[in-house]
Design a binder for this molecule. Structure first.
Ligand code: ATP
Ligand code: MG
Ligand code: MG
Length: 549
């Protein structure tokens, strides 16, 4: 196999292993359980878990659950399901909230060192004193409180004596620091809220900067990888580790992955769910892992996608057609070929026995596989073909069915159209055709060569199925950057339901784990809405890039 060049994080790790700085590495994937994982998270998962597959070490799953208001156990469960489905296993399942006691002690340590103080200013006052990138900030009037007073007030904050927002704990760094985040950042805030794990034990919660690096340090994370917006936080990350004299984890940043024609922000995806623009987090149009899974994406295809886009130091937009390319490539190898007619017109073979005879033809499940299994397909006098595969007055290069013209029916015979039957409105109701008995696929002695091959089903044995066809969720490439509300740019035609398509009977035995290629129609899988009465299929992706045509 071709040698892949190292990405910049692999380069750092190889250097660290070579120099003996570390013998093995520890990474973590730190989702906030406030929504379902999306394709951007898949990048981070593949990166963090991929590194410890490649190098000695392990990866923790750490729920970054320091914000009690937006978090929920439903999300915790979905996140675990999604990571496992993607093919990764964590060493330890951890929760930042499990470290609340330790973080509280760390805060006290900072106060004792004269490096943190309780501020009675409101958030507006704090913001007003922050300064700007070009102007220094101002010291809070509470900045010079004594250590004793700070210890007392912080304990009382913890004991619930004060209202939300009335006080904060701030680091005492430098209000003139060129990095705005170093201007006495807030470390703790008061929030009387129920937490999904710690219940009502706490009414003060650590801010991101007081929680993330400390959790990394507690777990002895060697390489803490986050996205670029945290670059300015690194200085504070290092400052806190240094002042607290704890295990020195290091933060590295890579570019957030965005994909076009969708949004990858849990907050925005939640709006789509709450406002019922989609049926749920796992709607097949959603860029969530659960949506992609329901749509029929395979873990292999998502890992391949993440691998191909690699990691970058600069933000950019990934074309969704690359993701579609990856899934097509995988499904082509594994999908069972099946025939389903979406919009039927009846074909009657006038020279075929009219006594209801049924002939069983065989066809391979996957021509890409030399050891492919086969299935049987019934063939009879009355068939359905796709209405759009017939034209009464075809243009020159129409190689499908037309009056007097011949086509091959896949894995069956060549037929010729002799007569078009219409109802009183001029709608075609039947195509009367003859078949060439000597043209049977695999035993064709007709000597006739035809250009077109059509999919078809036998009317009497066909089963009724529902197919759901999906298109881009948004009409524009980058809905989040458009003027106004991103939801104004939803594609109104992103879902098309064909409630009665006609499928070959072998689909009765299809399983949820199977992937199908409906010939000439795309790749499909069973949807969870399937019932005893009706099979429901989702189209994962078309056969070719429909956008290029
Ligand atoms: P969102 O805006 O969707 O809420 P987030 O960064 O707040 O994103 P987290 O749950 O904190 O979501 O993310 C867990 C991990 O996944 C973090 O390390 C984060 O950097 C990474 N991550 C999130 N979104 C992306 C993305 N689009 N591309 C790459 N990594 C991402
Ligand atoms: Mg986050
Ligand atoms: Mg977030």
């Amino acid at each position: 196999p071709e040698e892949k060049s190292l990405n910049f994080i692999e380069e750092i790790i190889e250097e660290d292993l070579k120099s003996g700085k570390y013998k093995s590495i520890v990474t973590r994937f730190p989702p906030e359980p406030n929504g379902y994982l999306h394709i951007g998270h898949a990048s981070s998962i593949c990166l963090n878990f991929g590194l410890t597959k490649k190098y000695p070490g392990y990866t923790n799953l750490r729920f970054d659950d320091t914000n009690p208001v937006t978090e929920d156990t439903e999300y915790v469960e979905s996140i675990k399901d999604d990571i496992r489905w993607l093919g990764f296993e964590w060493k330890n399942e951890l929760y930042a909230s499990d470290y609340f006691d330790t973080m509280y002690e760390y805060a006290i340590k900072l106060i004792q060192k004269g490096l943190a103080y309780v501020d009675d200013s409101t958030s507006e006052q704090i913001a007003a004193m922050k300064g700007t990138p070009t102007e220094p900030g101002k010291d809070s009037p509470f900045r010079s409180r004594s250590i004793e007073e700070n210890l007392d007030l912080f304990a009382r904050m913890k004991n619930g004596e004060f209202a939300d927002g009335s006080r904060t704990l701030r680091a005492k760094i430098d209000m003139t620091h060129p990095n705005m985040l170093m201007r006495d950042p807030v470390l703790y805030r008061i929030k009387h809220a129920h937490h999904h794990r710690t219940g009502d034990k706490w009414c003060i919660y650590p801010m991101y900067d007081m929680a993330h690096g400390q959790s990394d340090s507690i777990e002895h994370i060697t390489h803490s990888i986050c996205t670029l917006e945290f670059v300015p936080h690194r200085e504070l990350y290092d400052w806190l580790i240094e002042k607290l004299e704890i295990y020195p984890s290091h933060q590295y940043e890579f570019a957030r992955r965005n994909m076009n024609y969708t949004v990858t922000s849990k907050r925005k995806l939640l709006q789509l769910v709450n406002d019922k623009h989609v049926s749920g987090w796992d709607d097949p149009r959603m860029p969530t892992i659960s949506g992609l899974r329901r749509a029929g994406y395979t873990p292999e295809s998502i890992r391949e996608f993440c691998d191909r886009i690699g990691i970058a130091k600069r933000e950019n937009m990934i074309d969704v057609s690359l993701l579609e390319f990856c899934v097509r490539e995988h499904l082509n190898k594994i999908a069972l070929r099946r025939m389903v007619v979406f919009d039927p017109v009846k074909v009657v073979l006038t020279n075929y026995a009219a006594d209801g005879s049924v002939e069983m033809l065989t066809s391979e499940d996957n021509p890409e596989d030399p050891n492919s299994s086969h299935r049987e397909i019934p063939f009879s006098r009355e068939l359905y073909i796709e209405r759009e595969d017939f034209m009464e007055n075809p243009p020159k290069k129409f190689f499908r069915l037309a009056p007097g013209q011949m086509v091959r029916l896949k894995s069956a015979y060549i037929i010729r159209c002799d007569e078009v039957v219409k109802d009183s409105n001029g709608k075609i109701t039947e195509l009367r055709c003859t078949y060439l008995p000597e043209s049977k696929s695999g035993a064709d002695t007709s000597g006739i060569h035809v250009k077109g091959t059509l999919h078809w089903v036998s009317v009497a044995q066909a089963i009724n199925v529902e197919v759901r066809l999906y298109d881009r969720l948004f009409r524009v490439e980058n809905p989040a950057s458009e003027e106004g509300d991103f939801k104004d740019y939803l594609n109104p035609d992103s879902l098309q339901v064909i409630s009665s398509a006609y499928a070959e009977p072998s689909l009765k035995n299809i399983r949820f784990s199977d992937r199908c290629q409906f010939l000439r129609k795309g790749y499909f899988c069973l949807d969870k809405d399937t019932s005893e009465e009706k099979l429901v299929f989702n189209r994962t992706v078309t056969l070719k890039d429909a956008w290029a045509k």
